[in-house]
Design a protein around this ligand. Sequence first.
Ligand code: 6R9
Length: 657
Amino acid sequence: MAPETPGTETQALSNLLQESRRFAPPADLASSANVTSAAYDEAAADRLGFWERAADRLTWAKRWDTTLEWNPPFAKWFTGGQLNIAYNCVDRHVEAGRGDKVAYHWEGEPEGDSRTLTYADLQREVNKTANALTELGVGKGDRVAIYMPMIPELPIAMLACARIGAVHSVVFGGFSATALKSRIDDADAKLVITADGGYRRGAPSALKPTVDEAVAECPQIEHVLVVRRTNQEISTYDRDVFWADIVERQSDQHTAEPHEAEDPLFILYTSGTTGKPKGILHTSGGYLTQTSWTHHAVFDLKPETDIYWCTADIGWVTGHSYIVYGPLANGATSVIYEGTPDTPHRGRFWEIVQKYKVTILYTAPTAIRTFMKWGDDIPAKFDMSSLRILGSVGEPINPEAYVWYREHIGASRTPVVDTWWQTETGAIMISPLPGVTSAKPGAAMTPLPGIVADVVDDQGHSVPNGGGGYLAIREPWPSMLRTIWGDDQRYIDTYWSRFEGMYFAGDGAKRDEDGDIWLLGRVDDVMLVSGHNISTTEVESALVSHPKVAEAAVVGATDPVTGQAIVSFVILRGTAEEGADIATELRNHVAKTLGPIAKPRQILVVPELPKTRSGKIMRRLLRDVAENRSVGDVTTLADSTVMNLIAEKLPSAKSED
Ligand code: 6R9
């Protein structure tokens, strides 16, 4: 569709991409779905009543007095209520006679290295760890930094903190000593839990030296609790205590005291776009209510028969909510995998799906595009007939990747749920329901029952169908962040000052002709070309819809004529050649798909794109490249060598027209 000529008012965000495919839920899934369309009506009629029923799925030591206390922008949910998060995630399943049920099938990266933990095992391990934390002087309200690989001791450590009311702050195992130290300082943690290292890409990768470097300048740290995973040689200090020495000798009995619904559960730092990382604070009752309800609804989890696998790192909010708290609260059997998808071969994920007969898979668009690039023949070698639901999270999923995921992983029969949410929202907010929604490839579709989200213009007015703008949330929700740790003012400024009385998510979005919501990337990345606000997502989707393109990232670079011009970085598919006129071919393809306004000025073929550990493209760094600046802060890059690879490609940059 050709874009409209600019009027007197610039639209908040242009709507360029048209998509008419739809996939209805499979009949058997629809007829036995955990949640039906009635939930939308129930929640619309009585939103708080709806969340009360969701909270009643948990076990409360004392029922709450007030469902919601809302002093904008500060929310308290289920006040007066008391519960223990670890009891809800572990003990209650054992007490109900499900102690022998597997909680986690853990798969180490080295082949053959696996462990199975039943709910009864998990209870013993969490109890022992809770006793060890107490012996180390950690008590209710104390902060504990966790810097670990993806091993069972990571969720065990988190649950042990939750059990005693300590507040965990998990820091990604890939972050530098400086990043770790700033997070330890900001939260004023007294204990760090870590490991000697973990396995990544076929080799042990050390963690303890980074902790040593960070803690050298953190006098508030009393102890460092160390799990031996790789048996690498490490330096030891007086403050170090080994897991095997202290945890193993503890009693496996521990009484879970109830905590207040609004007691802090964890802090998780997000770097955001500028400045100092924000410590997002989540509390207990509302967080567990929404993570557990959404896991039940969006993945249609049947705890007796499903094998659920979320491939995220636990150091990312997705791992907190959908590997640890949501699934365990629901008594699910989950898979945890320690390593990377290409170790020792590119079929590793599908081998794991086959081995455990995974029924629900939750992964990220970046992984899906990588699998596309590696080729259809790889997943085709494995038996994945167990799969019944596929999920996506972390970035907009372009229609091309969505359809590939559905066809090549889901045998063209599984629904794909594209789930939009953030560290700040704590749990899924906008997503199809697999037994209800006829989903469109690339759309997050509609807010879940109980969530009031909207797409608004610059003034905060709802945009009509067919319009683009900003994603906003109009009513508080149970798992919302309560504040930024130690900085209420920054919480107000960042999220509640852009629009009166609404939560500003920082994402661009559009509402299509049917009223369904599409996410269009971060507002900071939106490009202003000749008076049109163009989303990165739509141009990237158009590029990836070309058969030669595997991945694409676009940025707006200053341009003397158009204000900003679109610069594209593309990775070609394995089989595609970097021919002389690939740039012209791709530019014309975008112009044809979205209209001439979206035609990139430049196409750069690159071997890799800069990404965070959770797979988000760091467009800020690409903007530096496109505008010939030296590249900014790269501390949160998953692979710090990527920018050099891109810079090497620059002399061949072709500027057109
Ligand atoms: C869960 C998580 C949040 C940001 C968010 C948005 C992007 C996440 C998305 C999506 C489009 C989806 N995002 N899921 N964009 N469609 N399904 O990713 O949390 O790491 O805090 O990132 O990720 O831009 O604002 P977090």
